[in-house]
Design a binder for this molecule. Structure first.
Ligand SMILES: NC(=O)c1ccc[n+]([C@@H]2O[C@H](COP(=O)([O-])OP(=O)(O)OC[C@H]3O[C@@H](n4cnc5c(N)ncnc54)[C@H](OP(=O)(O)O)[C@@H]3O)[C@@H](O)[C@H]2O)c1
Length: 347
């Protein structure tokens, strides 16, 4: 049976409700229960890991028997597995739901299969309603599921001659105000922001996302990686979120831990040692390189060893965008998938 106007409106509403949930280890999901005549009976959304899923949240607002013959409109396929909560497909069947309209298939190997379970219990199931909008809402979660870790952006600022700092270690500020404002906007889009102990000790960064002096509404969780202790009076201790400290150089362990905490996107802000280590470990999905028209010379290169011994091993990039920012230039790039060396004839 085709999706009707009341169900389409309910999906709009369910998408709106889903966005109220937190970004984290679980996807944001919304649900609306409609009576057979299209009246909204109940609404629900997922409030975060360990709490009821959206469908169950909505059903919990109804008296026993009230959902009999009703339609559940959900942004994600009802799950089919028992985690901290029971399978939603079973909860819907038990409540007497007659029809389910959902947007996006559940990609999870364990949680998927809910639609089949509903159908085999005689529930009418319609998939794909507003799937693009539902996908956009949880794109970060889907990507982190696919990768098995957060999506990682490695960012640095450099002089035109490829230096990340002057010879005395000072690097504030290589770039101008437009580039720095751009960095802050992008920090606010990330769930976490990482630096090495070297940067904490050299620059004492706040690791907040700011517009001028004002904090932006979303703040990334600050992450410090390395063995040396962070001073008790370091600015990172005044961050709105408690910082996470990882006394290790094993970046795979760090990103696995962040993934388990529900971090979907990680912004790595250097310095050169940490940026190089992420690249060497193959843990860079996207690069943001802010290039300033200034020369610094000296030995403080933007990257150190990334495991390239000869030109054949060069880490080729694909440029997604060149963005002029005042007198600076931002290169947005990702690792090229065909890693073949360029052949442009004799030099
Ligand atoms: N231009 C820019 O964008 C930018 C950005 C940030 C910093 N900087 C500049 O960079 C300089 C600091 O550079 P840095 O390279 O020392 O900073 P860093 O990369 O932030 O910190 C390096 C330290 O991180 C620890 N670490 C954590 N994981 C590691 C791993 N997998 N491999 C190796 N080390 C790891 C090590 O310290 P432990 O011994 O404590 O384990 C290492 O010495 C300063 O001058 C700062 O101003 C520039």
């Amino acid at each position: 049976m085709a999706v009707n106007a009341a169900e389409r409106n309910a999906m709009d509403r369910a998408l709106h409700l889903a966005a109220r949930g937190p970004r984290g280890a679980n996807p944001q999901v919304g649900a609306v229960i409609l009576s057979p005549d299209g009246t909204v009976l109940a609404e629900g959304w997922h409030h975060g890991a360990g709490t009821p899923h959206a469908e169950v949240d909505a059903l919990s607002k109804l008296a026993p028997g009230e959902a009999r013959g009703a339609t559940a409109v959900v942004t994600l396929e009802p799950c089919n597995h028992t985690g901290r909560t029971g399978p939603c497909a079973v909860a819907l069947i038990d409540a007497g739901i007659a029809r389910v309209v959902y947007a996006l298939d559940d990609p999870g190997a364990v949680s998927g299969g809910g639609a089949e379970r509903l159908r085999s219990a005689g529930v009418d199931v319609e998939a794909g309603e507003q799937a693009d909008a539902a996908h956009a809402l949880i794109a970060g979660w889907l990507e982190a599921q696919r990768l098995g870790r957060p999506q990682i952006t490695v960012k640095w600022a450099q002089s035109l001659d490829g230096r990340a700092a002057a010879d005395d270690g000072s690097s504030q500020w290589i770039t101008g105000p437009a580039a720095r404002a751009d960095v802050h906007r992008r920090r606010a889009e990330a769930d976490a922001i990482a630096v090495g102990t070297g940067t904490v000790l050299a620059d004492d960064p706040a690791l907040t996302a700011r517009d001028g002096d004002a904090l932006l509404p979303h703040q990334p969780i600050p992450v410090v990686i390395g063995s040396r202790p962070t001073p008790a009076d370091a600015a990172v201790h005044r961050h709105p979120h408690s910082p996470l400290f990882f006394d290790t150089h094993d970046l795979h362990t760090v990103v696995a831990d962040l993934h388990a905490r529900g971090v979907q996107s990680l912004f790595v802000e250097g310095g050169p040692t940490l940026a190089s280590a992420f690249l060497q470990a193959g843990l860079a999905d996207r690069l943001l390189v802010y290039i300033a028209p200034v020369l610094l010379g000296g030995g403080r290169l933007a990257l150190t060893d990334i495991g390239v011994a000869s030109i054949g091993e060069a880490r080729r990039l694909t440029i997604d965008e060149w963005v002029p920012l005042g007198s600076d230039l931002l290169a947005i790039a990702h690792p090229a998938h065909d890693a073949h060396p360029r052949n442009e004839g004799a030099a």
